[in-house]
Design a protein around this ligand. Structure first.
Ligand code: C5P
Length: 231
């Protein structure tokens, strides 16, 4: 894969204007962009349309987690927006993921990639245990990824720490990893983190990078530096 296109910049901005102002400084040949809950709640589909006009492929990161019928409908509408990738929470279960798969149809050129979040990168062992899951992060990621594969999804969102195990067990699945930090960055609310080059070496296909780029003094230069690091 072209290493440049591995980077998905999280446009975690509170409004349409600041998100588009940042996107206008980025080159759609060199990265993809992610629209998440904050931006989509503020701006709705018009931000997707505007980013498409700028030439970007979009990961619509709304992490659907609901009853199967509702998630299927949401995925269908997301596909109608023409986005490149959508996601659901694997914890929603097998039927929910199968409903999402059926709603989008078989993987293909005009079908968004459908991926599922395993365990959020902001969670550590203690936080996961407090939700009632006793087995630990690795076991939970393993169990959820089996469901993701069985449901015929295209990939899993995980931390870079779990990417190599997922690739080993499920070579068919793509891995999308948030929790990316440069050496000098604060970890913020993320707990399971890695630098971009190490994440790719560990088996990450796509890197979701937010604050390391968006909060940098020079976001464009920071993205260029990351891409240089990836070679
Ligand atoms: O700023 P930072 O690089 O931590 O941003 C990570 C982005 O990836 C955020 O938009 C967050 O919603 C998203 N994300 C995540 N963990 C997941 C899935 C998505 O941090 N498991």
């Amino acid at each position: 894969m072209n290493n440049h296109k591995r980077v998905i910049v999280a446009l975690d901005k509170p409004d349409f204007t600041s998100a588009i102002a940042l996107a206008e400084r980025l080159d759609p040949e060199l990265c993809r962009v992610k629209v998440g809950k904050e931006l989509f709640t503020a701006s709705g589909p018009k931000v997707v349309e505007a980013l498409h006009k700028l030439g970007f492929q979009i990961f619509l990161d709304l992490k659907f987690h609901d009853i199967p019928n509702t998630v299927a409908g949401a995925c269908r509408v997301a596909a109608d927006l023409g986005v490149w990738m959508v996601d659901v929470h694997a914890a929603g279960g097998a039927s929910m993921m199968q409903a999402a798969r059926n709603a989008l149809g078989s993987p293909g050129a005009n079908t968004p990639l459908l991926i599922a979040v395993t365990v959020l990168t902001s969670m550590d062992e203690s936080a996961l245990r407090k939700t009632g899951i006793e087995g630990g992060i690795d076991e939970q990621v393993k169990r959820l990824t089996e469901l993701v594969d069985d449901a015929g999804l295209d990939g899993a969102v995980c931390s870079p720490l779990e990417a190599s195990a997922i690739k080993r067990r499920h070579p068919r699945l793509i891995t999308v990893t948030p929790g990316i930090r440069l050496k000098e960055d604060a970890s913020d609310d993320q707990k399971r983190i890695m630098t971009p080059d190490k994440a790719v070496s560990a088996g990450a296909d796509y890197l979701v990078i937010g604050r390391s780029i968006t909060a940098a003094a020079e976001p464009v230069q920071t993205l260029a530096d990351i891409q240089q690091l990836l070679g």
